[in-house]
Ligand binder design. Structure first.
Ligand code: ARG
Ligand code: ZN
Length: 884
């Protein structure tokens, strides 16, 4: 059933103290809880405690076992009748970690017992008020076999430990900070660790420890460095110090998401901790850095100040994603990071915002909160915080976050409080801005311009509108900051808005932020010497779809000359989209036979390849055609084959036309350079490997030799996997036998490295050539596959259904809807075991309205089939019913 924000009620009781004793045995675990309840509302006849999949052994209040008429248990929880105002509840339950395939609550990952409680997993450990506004002081004793579980961890500080009979031992941990149950964690297992130390700015020593399986001990250094960098950065940029004496990270192989910010004891998916050059790509290194930072930053944005209820999820997630993306920008290239973030947002969040699951960053209702750990809550939430930061400017934003942390330390609050701190510090009226929290959908901003030569005035007219989304069809205008500049023939023009005098203006006044608040608004600039080319929405200053009728020459010009690096990239994307559109139209009108690619694009790319000044990572990004998903975003109705064929033709044409320039970039790269994960090394590799992928479209023998040599001799996974994919994805007959051999050799070499095997699986699942589904089905039978491990599921099923659109949507040559049926089969099978993962996989089917009629019908039919599956989880039910 649906839960509504408007129904929020504060809890009737607090739980001031929580004492847990978790006795772990091979077959089951016994959880004893002792909870100190205090009433904080008028008397209530019934108190309901959450509890799921628990076997109740005993229940007592103030040491007196309850009679049968004093309580009631059902599959959702425990109801106490007429509880006193102040009491201690003692419960004992049995849980079954080994059988817990949902990976929520207490479960076993390989040989490690661990927990995942956010959002509502604590109720699978014991009966509790499992809601974030109930904050408690936790003391946890873990008891387990010493031989198999030498390491016993929980939140806070270890206050006791010792030996027990029968080879068993215990450890007791106390967390001095009150916290909601979703931040609880415990770990028991045979773990190795690396240790380090951080001294905070006020001089306190913090012990740092990363726990992994012994075999992975050589892959922890990058996470540790990232952690120390994060701690220093949060002190410098936000004035936030760490607060406990110890900070621990544990890596487990089976994890539904990336990682979890449990107080003092972060638990991570191995994919977000482990890194070493031989096994981890540059993208992997950056992901570890970003996720370590993200979870660490939650200590303040999430733990010290937490959410009142789950509708406020973006309070901590949006803010924390904003924080980690600024951190990554500072560690590497900020323009590159911005381009990467915006690419993901526009390809995936815009699609979500346009589909049946569209929701505001603060939703008004949901059925299953796990379904709302979305790219909207996280990434659009971060964009909203970014807009606030830019509207306030760095000094006021810092004052506002200081105020927010100080005012709400130890509290569970709402997004209102966050914005209020921004308003209080800046004195700005943010009433209209708050619509970003309540209205879903991506605003469209249409811009037109006019130049009046006689008066030397230039005007820009903006109109905004937002399409209907399920929760609301009548959108009010948003407050949209548009960062902009004007390009004249000799460079950036000075900006003087009508009404402004020179005294109003800063010395460098070539960039402004225009604030749109009305459905339509015109801005007039004075003293403009010529008709300029506007550079709009610099740095992607708002999450909107902006359109302006640029000529292709304007785009080529912006690509070369805009002072805003992001907009240079943006112009390259728009120019490519325009040319792709030519090809898509040609395809739809019959054929791409004889189609000519606009030479302006080729020339612009040639210029780019010759630009030695520009960051090589930017050159690589600008040379990369928009993704299939982002191209699809441009069209009401998605024609999968047309998009795929157009993109493929452009790729081949660019490769053919620019062979020499591409080879020049390839040979300029020094292959003997030792590996480094610094930004400039990453940049150099990305450009070299982009060039290699183009060249391998139709390679000469020496290109092929280069690629094979790189594959065989690479000293790092980035180059090795780049060479492998260049081989596998090449359609040249010269390459095919080498591709198969390389795939086999790669597996032989890396079969014992789970994360590398995942790369091998997903590379094949993304293979765009026909009938990939046959290969995918075979991979599911491969010994490397494990249908209970989310990383493997994502690497094969996820990669095929979301990362291989041409094959997902065209199926098999003799069975066009085979991809859809495959996905529905997998979802149905998985739903019984791990509903969170099953529900997430459904996403591509929910977009059925966007596809051509036959496809839409076939996708819909599979959604119906999932819906009819017996005992479908609430998770999948919500996604399926909302999208039908
Ligand atoms: N709070 C975590 C993070 O963003 C993710 C929560 C994990 N949730 C889950 N249902 N597994 O860092
Ligand atoms: Zn988070």
């Amino acid at each position: 059933h649906t839960i509504y924000l408007k129904d929020y009620q504060p809890p009737a009781y607090r739980i001031d103290k929580t004492e847990l004793r978790v006795d772990i045995r091979e077959q089951s675990a016994r959880v004893s809880a002792c909870l100190a309840f205090e009433r904080q509302a008028s008397a209530c006849e019934q108190l309901f405690l959450h509890g799921e999949n628990l076997e109740l052994v005993s229940v007592a209040i103030n040491d007196r076992t309850l009679a049968n008429d004093q309580y009631q248990v059902d599959e959702k929880g425990l109801t106490l009748f007429n509880p006193p105002a102040s009491f201690t509840l003692q419960t004992e339950v049995t849980v079954y970690p080994k059988q817990n395939t949902s990976l929520e609550g207490l479960y076993k990952s390989r040989s490690i017992y661990c927990t995942q409680c956010e959002a509502e997993g604590f109720r699978k450990i014991t009966y509790f008020l499992d809601r974030p506004d109930v904050m408690s002081d936790f003391t946890t004793t873990i008891i387990a076999d010493r031989a198999s579980c030498p390491v016993l961890l929980s939140n806070g500080n270890k206050i006791d430990s010792g030996t027990l009979e029968d080879g068993r031992h215990f450890a007791t941990w106390h967390d001095p900070f009150k916290k909601p149950a979703y931040l609880f964690a415990l770990v028991a297992g045979d773990l190795a660790s690396i240790q380090d130390e951080f001294v905070t700015q006020s001089g306190r020593k913090v012990a740092l420890e990363i726990f992994v399986e012994n075999k992975d001990l050589d892959k922890c250094d990058h996470a540790m460095t990232s952690l120390k960098n994060s701690m220093a950065w949060d002190e410098k940029v936000y004035g936030r110090e760490y607060d406990l004496d110890i900070f621990m990270i544990v890596a487990v192989d089976d994890f539904n998401m990336g990682a979890m910010e449990n107080k003092g004891l972060n638990i991570f998916n191995t994919s977000c901790v482990l890194a070493k050059p031989e096994t981890t790509t540059d993208v992997g290194f950056q992901r570890v850095e970003g996720v370590v930072a993200h979870e660490y930053f939650h200590n303040w944005s999430g733990n010290r100040v937490t959410c009142r209820d789950w509708f406020q999820l973006s309070l901590k997630e949006g803010f924390t994603v904003y924080r980690d993306s600024c951190f990554s920008a500072d560690m590497g290239s900020s323009t590159v990071k911005r381009v990467e973030d915006v690419s993901v947002l526009r390809a995936h969040q815009f699609a979500e915002d346009a589909g049946p699951m569209a929701h505001p960053i603060r939703p008004a209702s949901f059925i299953e909160i796990s379904n709302f750990y979305t790219i909207t809550i996280y990434e659009k939430g971060a964009e909203v915080v970014r807009m606030l930061a830019n509207l306030l400017g760095p000094d006021e934003f810092r004052k506002a976050t200081d105020l927010y942390f100080e005012r709400h330390d130890g509290q569970a609050v709402t997004t209102e409080e966050f914005v209020q701190a921004m308003a209080d510090v800046s004195g700005r009226d943010l009433t209209q801005f708050k619509r970003w929290y309540d209205q879903a959908g991506t605003p469209r901003v249409k811009v037109t311009d006019h130049y009046h030569e006689a008066s030397r005035q230039y005007s820009l007219t903006f109109s905004q509108s937002t399409p209907a989304t399920p929760e609301c069809s009548d959108k009010k205008p948003f407050h949209i900051p548009v960062a902009m500049g004007l390009l004249g023939s000799a460079g950036e023009l000075a900006l003087k808005l009508d009404g402004e005098t020179l005294d109003d203006l800063p010395e460098d006044n070539t960039q402004k932020v225009l604030e749109l608040t009305e459905p339509e608004q015109t801005f007039i600039f004075n003293d403009v010497p010529e008709h300029p080319v506007p550079s709009l929405l610099r740095g992607f200053s708002a999450p909107v779809k902006l359109s302006f009728a640029y000529s292709r020459q304007d785009l080529a010009d912006l690509m070369q000359r805009d002072s805003d690096g992001f907009n240079r990239w943006e112009a390259s994307q728009n120019l490519a989209l325009a040319v792709l559109d030519d090809a898509i139209r040609a395809f739809r009108q019959g054929s791409l036979e004889g189609f000519t690619v606009d030479p302006l694009l080729i020339d612009s790319y040639r210029q780019l390849l010759g630009d030695e000044q520009l960051d090589q990572a930017m050159v690589a990004l600008m040379l990369t055609l928009p993704s299939q998903d982002y191209i699809a975003e441009q069209y009401e109705e998605v024609d999968v084959e047309a998009i795929y064929s157009a993109r493929r033709l452009l790729t081949k044409t660019i490769a053919a036309e620019l062979v020499e320039a591409l080879r020049a970039r390839l040979t300029a790269y020094d292959n003997r350079k030792p590996y480094s994960a610094e930004a400039d090394s990453i940049a150099a590799r990305s450009l070299k490997n982009t060039a290699l992928a183009y060249l391998m479209q139709d390679p000469s023998q020496s290109d092929l030799d280069y690629c094979l040599a790189q594959f065989n001799n690479a000293n790092n996974m980035t180059d090795e996997v780049a060479a492998l994919s260049a081989l596998v994805y090449s359609e040249s007959p010269l390459v095919s036998e080498h591709a198969e051999a390389a795939l086999a050799a790669f597996y032989q070499k890396w079969q014992d490295e789970a994360l590398v095997v995942n790369q091998w699986l997903s590379l094949q699942a993304r293979d765009p050539r026909p009938n990939a589904l046959l290969r995918v089905s075979a991979l599911l039978q491969h010994p490397a596959y494990d249908g209970a491990n989310p990383n493997k599921i994502r690497a094969v099923i996820g990669a095929f259904c979301m990362g291989n659109p041409i094959n997902f949507h065209t199926g098999l040559l003799d069975d066009p809807s085979a991809g859809y049926r495959f996905l529905a089969d997998q979802v149905i099978a998985l739903d019984a075991k791990n509903p969170q993962i099953a529900a997430r996989l459904i996403t591509p089917l929910t977009r059925w309205r966007r596809y051509t009629p036959a496809r839409a019908r076939a996708m819909r039919a599979e959604l119906e089939r999932i819906k009819a599956a017996p005992e479908l989880s609430g998770d999948s039910y919500e996604i399926v019913t909302k999208s039908l």
